[in-house]
Design a protein around this ligand. Structure first.
Ligand SMILES: *[C@@H]1O[C@H](CO)[C@@H](O)[C@H](O)[C@H]1NC(C)=O
Ligand SMILES: *[C@@H]1O[C@H](CO)[C@@H](O)[C@H](O)[C@H]1NC(C)=O
Length: 303
């Protein structure tokens, strides 16, 4: 390729970046091959159950449960969490699958660290199985003083499914850890200075809790992945073992104009100075990750 063509290509890429500011830089360098792999999506009525492992106080638990309740509770104030979740419906329309309807299930507290303070992935699944095992997504939330295999080295959370011998024992699970003391720059960005990459001032967390507001971002992204790729053969791009899914494809994008190290043009609460992009129930505000829109092949943001 001659340098002239390269230059033109570079200019074209720059223009593309300007015109579709909400997509990540890399998406223009290399078009996404985000595909449906013909497996089932989660469908019908599914309850979300929260399993709190370790120390979380009442206000911390309220941040997550208010977020979950906001997913399926339409409110007047826009943009809202319920509107954010709407993008998920496009996945169901494309595959002609009846949409999933989420509800709030039960909450289980394990404040005494029944399996210790250092957990393996198998132990996470064991904790998840304490929730109801039918039509459920069991969300395990580990406190800041709990180490989990690969937490902070390569992961902020995971999702998967436990398929037992009896069909009635099948459930999906999500795990997310509180990264506040272990790696907030990695798992609670943009509320903390990033460990790698461009440095910018951290944003003020919408619920004034860097760890928990960071957990909301990861729970949000993993719930989107859980319903659209529950068994590893739904929607994703890249290798099955390390897939980029509905949420993780758009990591780091929260508003229009995002680029690596900059979360995008999000809203700022005048009183508290907190950054957010979604309103929720009980007057709560959240900063939610962009989700991949399979109909436009772009990361879709609320603002
Ligand atoms: C709960 O913990 C958070 C984070 O440590 C703290 O900011 C908050 O004040 C605590 N709330 C209560 C009710 O104890
Ligand atoms: C938690 O552990 C403490 C200390 O080992 C014990 O005294 C307490 O009864 C335990 N609480 C529960 C709910 O198991």
């Amino acid at each position: 390729m001659s340098s002239n063509i390269l230059l033109k290509l570079f200019l074209l890429i720059s223009l593309l970046n300007l015109s579709s500011a909400t997509t990540k830089l890399t998406q223009n360098d290399q078009p996404l091959k985000f595909q449906y792999h013909n497996g089932p999506l989660l469908t019908g009525k599914i309850s979300i159950n929260l399993i709190w492992y370790g120390k979380f106080n009442v206000s911390q638990r309220a941040i997550i449960s208010n977020f979950i309740n906001s997913i399926f509770t339409p409110i007047k104030a826009q943009p809202s969490v319920a509107t954010w979740w709407k993008i998920i419906e496009t996945y169901y329309h494309l595959t002609k699958t009846p949409i999933v309807t989420l509800t709030m299930g039960s909450q289980i507290l394990d404040q005494n660290y029944s399996l210790g303070k250092s957990l393996t992935n198998d132990q996470i699944i064991k904790l998840a199985s304490k929730g109801p095992q039918q039509n459920s997504i069991n969300v395990v939330l580990t406190s800041a003083d709990v180490a989990v295999d690969k937490f902070c080295t390569s992961k902020c959370g995971t999702h998967g499914s436990s398929v037992g011998k009896q069909k009635s024992k099948n459930f999906a699970y999500v795990w997310v850890g509180n990264s506040e003391t272990q790696c907030p720059g990695q798992c609670a960005w943009p509320f903390h200075q990033p460990i790698y990459g461009p440095q910018g001032p951290p944003l003020v967390a919408p619920n004034n809790d860097v760890g928990l507001d960071g957990m909301v971002i990861n729970v949000a992204s993993l719930l989107a992945a859980t319903v659209t790729n529950p068994f590893g053969n739904g929607y994703f791009q890249g290798p099955k073992e390390a897939p980029l899914e509905a949420g993780s494809t758009c990591t780091g994008v929260f508003g229009e104009g995002a680029y690596p190290g900059y979360a995008g043009n999000v809203l700022v609460d005048r009183k508290s100075g907190a950054s957010y992009n979604a309103n929720g129930v009980n007057g709560k505000k959240f900063l939610l990750p962009a989700l991949y829109d399979p109909t436009t092949s772009k990361c879709s943001t609320l603002v």
